[in-house]
Ligand binder design. Structure first.
Ligand code: AMP
Length: 279
């Protein structure tokens, strides 16, 4: 595994794949790697043997008072995991390496960027898209792999890629969970045993919504809300049922793939999760 930090080193490493006529896959992460991240690498490998993983905690996507400073960072442990998976290139830029002194937010997540996670975290998605755009420009990959866990993020990245990176194939990988059902997340490190148990109720509530029968969107949401009432330790932010293709709220009569979204704060930690429902 080659570990690079500058854009120039990265371009050279990717060029070596191109010389061998290999396609390139990119897996962007913020590090503190867990099995969810590693599953994205396995997914990337299904498309090409040459995989680039980036680790960068992007200041532009954290709001004031969020956890940028205390976000878990363990680059040596991460590098070891990636080495054991035979990742080709690990890109670990500093803020200056990646942004070259220009931290302008260049991307707009548009109307959907202001809803759900965007409503709770203003400017988060514009900052996220900006770093993803810089990474796409730097790597010029054929594939980029993202987790279904961050469904709204994935939707917005697809939207941006369609408009600005039409040759890039954006690949979705399923959410990897703990045995309790809790979606793996680097932020789960913030949770103690009690809060880990509380956090596992999010999926349980989504499943009750899924079981409510995909007939009426309101019934699905009510079922999840009622289930969350039994877990007052989790401060519910939103439950939403959206069309997978548009992220617009599902209305009665809709037929197709929908995503049931939930966000709650457990202890001090904001958690999100989602599952698919077929209407
Ligand atoms: P992060 O490091 O949290 O920014 O996540 C990097 C990538 O890993 C994103 O595409 C996430 O959606 C994905 N990811 C995070 N957690 C999981 C998980 N539990 N299962 C699958 N993918 C995940």
């Amino acid at each position: 595994m080659q570990r690079v930090t500058t854009l120039k080193q990265l371009a050279e490493a990717v060029a070596s794949a191109r010389e061998r006529e290999l396609e390139v896959a990119l897996v962007p992460t913020m590090g503190a790697l867990h099995d969810g991240h590693l599953s994205l690498i396995r997914e990337a490998r299904r498309h090409t043997p040459f995989v680039v993983v980036s680790i960068f905690v992007n200041p532009l996507q954290f709001g004031a008072g969020e956890d940028f400073d205390k976000y878990p960072r363990d680059i040596e442990a991460d590098a070891e995991k990636l080495r054991s998976m035979a990742v080709d290139v690990l890109f670990t830029p500093t803020v200056n390496d990646l942004y070259r002194g220009n931290m302008d937010v260049t991307e707009s997540a548009g109307k959907i960027g202001d809803l759900y996670e965007g409503a709770a975290r203003p400017a988060h998605f514009d900052g996220m898209l900006t770093v993803v755009a810089r990474l796409f420009e730097a790597v010029r990959a054929d594939y980029a792999v993202f987790g279904a866990k961050d469904a709204q993020q994935l939707f917005l990245i697809r939207q941006m890629a369609k408009a600005k990176f039409p040759n890039l194939k954006v690949i979705e990988a399923p959410t990897i969970r703990e045995a309790s059902g809790l979606a793996m997340s680097s932020r789960n490190q913030y949770l103690d045993a009690k809060n880990l148990e509380v956090a596992s109720k999010l999926l349980a509530a989504l499943r009750v919504g899924q079981g409510a029968g995909a007939i009426s969107p309101a019934l699905v949401i009510d079922a999840v809300r009622n289930e969350m009432l039994k877990v007052p330790e989790a401060k519910l932010d939103y439950i939403a049922l959206v069309e997978a293709d548009t992220f617009e709220p599902v209305v009665t009569g809709f037929s197709g793939r929908a995503v049931l979204l939930i966000a709650a704060v457990v202890g001090q930690t904001r958690l999100i999760d989602n599952i698919d429902i077929k209407f």
